[in-house]
Design a protein around this ligand. Structure first.
Ligand code: BDP
Length: 696
């Protein structure tokens, strides 16, 4: 196996599980008169056929025990006849229930709309793949978030910014005519986890994508995605009216600019009637934006929102901004720029906020914007591609990271005001809700660059559907579908995945340290980075190590970024004795001999955590090596090799970081901890001109 089939492999079930499924899939009653219905039926025939070694017979109505009946009251007379209560399921929800039809045992998957039925069919397949009991089913599911989208940072020349899985899957040159079957498999995989939108191009956008030639290509992709309930979106370059429209300005208050965007939106919707809308990175890292004309983010977002509104499109306006001038603390920038505009955005604008205030670091406290803009729907932006988490070779299960952020309590309306509740609209009464994930998908045969990185795509989709779902359960489903259902395999692999994020944090950025990676390419440790165009692109800006201590004082005695959180949170983060130790150096500058919770002085604790991270990877390797009999040789070998790379690089992170910070602490390593393998000068001299994924 090469990983191409993702979690939709459908291998034959074993002699214990096959009869269970056969008894609930003896025949298939599923209409096929629309493209979505055909996709659904094809998937069930493929999935059940694979699992059972032969596809079930098709029937118009159950004629024996064990029928699987799928559809909507409109598409299926059998479903209509059951008089099911589907009222609260919406367009995308479904129920799965064990019923009796005409005296026969049957399982029904029912929804209000074809797309809900498709999601339900995938859920049934998941139950079958994972060996779940199929008797007495009574499930009701509806997504908690409306927009569940992938953001591709894919350029039109197929180079993927921060992509570690080959080239872009979008073959612009051969589109619109050649519709690579891979697009359909992409749509299937996304539909199987409830993803219903995809932004095709990089946020550092090229205006060309909005020209007629490219819109035709986008339309072809939209045609492939449509049966699977996936809308396409585009990243819009704010200065497009100048670059492809021939105007002299992109000022959002200029009537000619407004006209241009309205005409452009009309043109797009003539080509792609269900186009989703625009994602925009503006006035951030050199991108053009409304501030170029003295206007606000709200002015900019509303310009595009007004153009899209007649067609039902949305604007996803990113809050990843930090000003051109040197800020006193980059952490505070987005909040300062956006909170004053709360309430000024049109109804079809969402502000898309990264999970933390700096930039997808291995671990960040939740972004202070969550909960701070009650009148604006906020969308989460998670990174699936592991720019700061070891690229594609380090095993880091991000389900654990996502869960930690979604569960974080903003306290803006008292205890229980979790980030998940900001997102699902329940905290502030929004119906427009969503989550974005920066995709880790590329042209590599296994899609994500490594087998375990597929789990991050998978977990992202499941958590976008239900931000309250548990990362551990999701990991278990993924392991069973991707590798094996054997309990002796599932348990250790899930444990390994659940511990893997902490391991990476430990060997890269323990105790709340952050932004210590190599400049530009972001590969490997470089806590010594200083100088250059701006201070907040260096490492020393963030760790602030001196002979006295280390850490970024973000309390009232420092940048006071803690004041951007609700008082109950600010009190905890701002108090060195109460802050969770995982964020100690994020919020505090503490002396090297500061006594940590373990009783160890800070320096010793730092060394301990770096070492613990490396040890954890060694443990993951041993676990995986012992499980060879459960996995096909090709996939097992690649994972094993990658874990070897990870161990080497974890050691490198530890050793380089310790060698560097020791020049400040001036302290010996605690007893029993090995000295770095090389000198600091050795690590500092390493160069990586060809590291993948860099911007260009
Ligand atoms: C940073 C990436 C950069 C992206 C930027 C963004 O290094 O390549 O353009 O995020 O989110 O993490 O816009």
């Amino acid at each position: 196996e090469d990983g191409y089939d993702l979690w939709l492999r459908y291998p034959p079930l074993d002699a214990r599980q096959a009869p269970v499924l056969r008894a609930h899939a003896a025949e298939l009653v599923a209409p096929a008169s629309t493209p979505t219905q055909r996709a659904l039926r094809d998937e069930l025939l493929r999935g059940l056929g694979g699992l059972l070694g032969g596809a079930p017979a098709l029937a118009d109505a159950p004629r024996r025990d064990g029928a699987l009946v799928v559809g909507t009251p409109a598409s299926s007379p059998v479903v209509a006849g059951l008089g099911l209560d589907l009222a609260d399921l919406g367009e995308e929800g479904y129920l799965i229930r064990s019923v009796r039809i005409g005296g026969h045992r049957a399982t029904v998957v029912a929804a209000n709309d074809d797309i809900g039925a498709l999601y339900g069919a995938f859920h049934f397949l998941r139950l079958a793949q994972t060996g779940a009991p199929l008797d007495a089913l009574d499930l009701r599911e509806a997504p908690r978030l409306a927009l569940r989208v992938l953001n591709h940072w894919d350029n039109l020349d197929r180079y993927v910014e921060r992509g570690y899985a080959g080239q872009s899957i979008w073959d612009w040159h051969r589109l619109p005519d050649w519709r690579d079957p891979r697009y359909t498999d992409y749509a299937r995989a996304n539909a199987s986890i409830g993803i219903n939108g995809t932004v095709l191009n990089n946020v550092n956008a090229n205006a060309q994508v909005l020209t007629p030639m490219y819109l035709e290509k986008v339309a072809a992709l939209a045609d492939v995605m449509r049966p699977y309930g996936i809308r396409v979106y585009l990243s819009a370059r704010f200065s497009a009216p100048i670059e492809i429209g021939g105007l002299a300005t992109a000022d959002p208050l200029d009537p000619a600019v407004q006209r241009w965007w309205k005409d452009k939106a009309d043109e797009i919707y003539r080509t792609i009637p269900d186009f989703g809308g625009f994602l925009v990175k503006a006035n951030s890292e050199g991108q053009p934006g409304p501030q170029d004309y003295g206007r606000s983010h709200a002015d900019g977002a509303n310009l595009l929102a007004d153009a899209l509104a007649p067609h039902g499109g949305v604007v996803m306006w990113r809050a990843f901004v930090y000003s051109e001038e040197e800020p006193d603390d980059r952490h505070k920038q987005a909040y300062n720029e956006f909170v004053p505009h709360d309430g000024a955005f049109r109804d079809n604008v969402m502000v898309q906020v990264k999970n933390g205030a700096i930039d997808f670091q291995p671990r960040e406290p939740f972004h202070p914007l969550f909960g701070a803009m009650p009148r604006t729907p906020l969308m989460m932006e998670f990174q699936i591609t592991k720019e700061y988490l070891g690229f594609s070779t380090h095993l880091a299960y991000l389900g654990a990271l996502y869960e930690e952020v979604l569960d974080a309590d903003t306290h803006v309306q008292g205890a229980g005001s979790t980030v998940a509740r900001v997102l699902d609209g329940s905290l502030h009464g929004h119906a427009l809700t969503g989550m974005a994930g920066v995709a880790n998908i590329g042209s590599d045969r296994n899609w994500s660059g490594s087998h375990f990185d597929q789990a991050n795509w998978y977990a992202y989709g499941r958590l976008a559907w239900d931000p309250g779902a548990r990362a551990r359960d999701i990991a278990a489903d993924w392991v069973r579908m991707t590798f094996s259902t054997a309990p002796a395999f599932v348990a250790p692999v899930v444990d390994m995945m659940m511990a893997s994020h902490q391991a990476v944090v430990d060997y890269m950025t323990p105790l709340g340290l952050h932004h210590l990676m190599g400049r530009g390419h972001h590969y490997g440790p470089a806590p010594w980075v200083e100088g250059g165009p701006r201070a907040d692109w260096t490492s020393v800006y963030y760790h602030r190590a001196t002979a006295e201590g280390i850490g970024f004082d973000r309390t009232a005695t420092g940048s006071d970024a803690v004041a951007q959180y609700a008082p109950a949170v600010a009190e905890v983060f701002g108090d060195v004795t109460r802050v969770p130790e995982d964020f100690l150096l994020w919020f505090h500058h503490v002396p090297w001999d500061y006594r940590t919770q373990s009783g160890r002085p800070l320096w010793d604790e730092l060394v301990h955590r770096y070492t613990r991270g490396v040890d954890a990877v060694r443990g993951m390797r041993a676990t995986w090596d012992g499980l060879a009999s459960y996995v096909d040789a090709a996939r097992h070998a690649q994972v094993a090799t990658f874990l070897g790379i990870q161990e080497k690089e974890a050691q490198w992170w530890r050793d380089a970081s310790i060698a560097y910070f020791q020049t400040f602490s001036g302290r010996p390593l605690p007893e029993g901890y090995a000295a770095p393998a090389q000198t600091l000068e050795y690590y500092q001299a390493l160069e990586f001109p060809h590291a993948p994924g860099d911007t260009r």
